[in-house]
Design a protein. Structure first.
Length: 227
């Protein structure tokens, strides 16, 4: 059986075609379409894989040395920061909230660097550029936090609020994803951190995603009401 583009969608929209059909007949129709689509997709993937490998080999032929240098940079960036973290943890600076916030931002930046690396090596420069913008944002956030302990504190508090939202979303869909959801005790603990954060932050959290930068901006003479 062959299908033209949009044919299945049009059939589903015509409800009358299915009014006289049993659930078993409808499921059989859907299964047949899905099975054929899957087989066609697997054949297309089998033919497309050698082509992708050939393209990647060409990319590595011309840019392999640069890719290796980039990988070395990422590894060095991680190692140097890890050594610095171990050093700071032995000093009183470990209690500086700027250090805590910058450690979190560094971990995020390493992840983004690896995503950029994967996209570049696969031949997707535009996608890599999109992730670079995120990396640039993390760098700017780091520059702000290193200048203001109060901004660092607000940044960390805002993370508790974001974590609570993410934890709830994860737990709501964990069963469908066959993942283990958070326990109620864990959710309660996360909720307490969120409540404490909101109590200190107040309405500022609703002003902007970057409200935490206001203390830094005020210190620099910024007169605006929000970021």
């Amino acid at each position: 059986m062959e299908y033209t583009f949009g044919e299945i969608h049009k059939q589903v929209e015509r409800d009358e075609l299915f009014e006289s059909k049993s659930e078993e007949q409808i499921n059989s129709f859907i299964s047949g379409v899905a099975s054929e689509f899957l087989n066609d997709s697997l054949n297309a993937l089998e033919n497309g894989l050698p082509s992708r490998r050939e393209s990647q080999n060409k990319i590595w032929k011309y840019w392999g040395a640069t890719f290796n240098l980039f990988d070395f940079y990422i590894a060095s960036y991680l190692d140097i920061a890890s050594m610095y973290r171990e050093y700071v943890l032995k000093t009183d600076n470990r209690f500086d909230l700027r250090f805590v916030a910058l450690t979190q931002l560094h971990a995020k930046s390493v992840l983004v660097l690896r995503e950029i690396q994967a996209l570049i090596e696969a031949g997707y420069p535009d996608g890599a550029m999109a992730r670079w913008r995120t990396l640039h944002e993390l760098a700017v956030c780091s520059c702000v936090i290193v200048e203001s302990q109060k901004s660092a504190r607000l940044y960390l508090l805002s993370e508790h609020i974001k974590n609570a939202k993410g934890a709830k979303c994860y737990s709501d869909h964990a069963a469908k994803l066959n993942h283990k959801p958070y326990t109620q005790d864990e959710l309660d603990s996360i909720a307490l951190l969120k409540a404490a954060a909101l109590k200190e932050i107040g309405d500022d959290y609703n002003k902007s995603d970057y409200f935490w930068a206001i203390p830094f901006l005020s210190k620099k003479g910024f007169k605006g009401g929000s970021t």
